[in-house]
Write a protein that binds this ligand. Sequence first.
Ligand code: ADP
Ligand code: ADP
Ligand code: SF4
Ligand code: MG
Ligand code: MG
Lengths: 262, 262
Amino acid sequence: KTKKIAIYGKGGIGKSTIVANMAAAYSQKYNVLVIGCDPKADTTRTLVGRRIPTILETVKRKKDASNDEILFEGYGDVRCVESGGPEPGVGCAGRGVIVAMNLLEKLGIFSEDLEVVIYDVLGDVVCGGFSVPLRKEFADEVYIVTSGEYMSLYAANNICKGIKKLKSNLGGIICNCRGIKNEVEIVGRFAERVGSKIVGVIPRSELVQKSEYDAKTVVEMFPESKQAEIYRKLAESIHENREFAVPEPFGADEFEEFFRKF
Amino acid sequence: KTKKIAIYGKGGIGKSTIVANMAAAYSQKYNVLVIGCDPKADTTRTLVGRRIPTILETVKRKKDASNDEILFEGYGDVRCVESGGPEPGVGCAGRGVIVAMNLLEKLGIFSEDLEVVIYDVLGDVVCGGFSVPLRKEFADEVYIVTSGEYMSLYAANNICKGIKKLKSNLGGIICNCRGIKNEVEIVGRFAERVGSKIVGVIPRSELVQKSEYDAKTVVEMFPESKQAEIYRKLAESIHENREFAVPEPFGADEFEEFFRKF
Ligand SMILES: Nc1ncnc2c1ncn2[C@@H]1O[C@H](COP(=O)(O)OP(=O)(O)O)[C@@H](O)[C@H]1O
Ligand SMILES: Nc1ncnc2c1ncn2[C@@H]1O[C@H](COP(=O)(O)OP(=O)(O)O)[C@@H](O)[C@H]1O
Ligand code: SF4
Ligand SMILES: [Mg+2]
Ligand SMILES: [Mg+2]
């Protein structure tokens, strides 16, 4: 049965880095499809080695886009697509995701032989196209990337509200460390309070910048490193994970209270 | 002639802190209205001393909201309103701004005696309600808050695209420092390349956290401090500013190139 995973989190928190490295790790054993759902359209750059054309810009110039105009193969044969987003100020930023989902279904890209599908989704607002991957037909498990910083946990809490609203399943919280004091403890307590758990802790590492500069993942460029091993372990914990829950988000005042304790 | 200013920037970059402190500074000489347009609805907390009810939640429970149910007076008699936002996953996150603008016009809150109006607007996506303050009838000058970090400049560039699309005017860039290497130089170059300029540089200061903890602005709680003086100077430069331009945003590749140089 295909594992369909959505990765959400505040813009800039580290989703694309984590998604690309997880995909690289999975590629050893499974057929993987990565779907970028962030208007930044850069999830797949470190897998394909360059920025690929987005679905939105492709359908804009030709109504009948074919598979090989939007689907690209990257490291380890990982299949890659980018939804893209409209120009700011021109309609809903999430429109790219909606257009992309329709096209992927129409072109039969969600094919039988896929074993892992990973969505990388902007989480600063959980509305319009950005909430579409939360629907059952797209992803059945959601993981939220956060650090110990107030703003990223605030966004994580908002994403929990979206997950609850759309009756989707939260599989766990990924702590992408930013060097905050007591970071893992704060994120752990947050996870516990929303009825979830930490599924991985990713330390800061300059190998991320080094491999990113060469448009590669850490798993590809530094396979022997501790950081690559951490991404592989994260991919494994998520693949083995069987505990899901509809989250219990913090109310506005409770959230403020939670933070005041730290 | 009323000065109508919109402050945009990536979530968490420091807009509300800057807006509240500018308003506190202006309150000495002018009649000021602050309009929070971020679903976080916390722009006015340090002016009023507590979180105020949002327009969206107020109209939800009673169709005919009156002035004193949505308009609150804060430090220095600054008038405060919060648009609010719907629950994540429930329609457009910017819907609160649209509902708020309609109500403020209907209740005549944009009255003759106002000398400064400041909008504090979420800038992670520039769509739906979040692009409404860019329209001429609301704000005639836009300032973008950014740090030297890639993600905040990426958002700043997106906001420039939105400003250009809606034919609004960029008055300048506010650098809210995060301690990045060569931060002011990076932000200065960015400003220059989009056809604008830096109008203020705000250092990191623990007085921000200290006054925020007491739900006050730095200008109110530490009026003699260097930080308070910096906010007052920023308010003054913005008030005196006569140079505006439709920005020239970076293309996606140019932006990557710009950053690679640093
Ligand atoms: N574990 C890490 N260590 C060091 N840098 C990181 C790490 N994770 C992410 N980064 C950096 O943070 C920035 C944002 O990461 P990215 O994955 O693009 O975020 P998102 O997709 O959430 O917007 C990138 O420049 C990336 O190099
Ligand atoms: N100059 C500064 N020095 C120290 N902390 C700051 C400064 N500006 C903002 N902050 C902190 O950063 C956080 C986000 O600021 P805020 O004004 O709420 O951002 P935004 O309104 O853009 O989301 C707040 O906790 C605030 O205390
Ligand atoms: S639904 Fe969300 S992404 Fe779409 S216009 Fe509204 S705020 Fe923007
Ligand atoms: Mg990304
Ligand atoms: Mg704010």
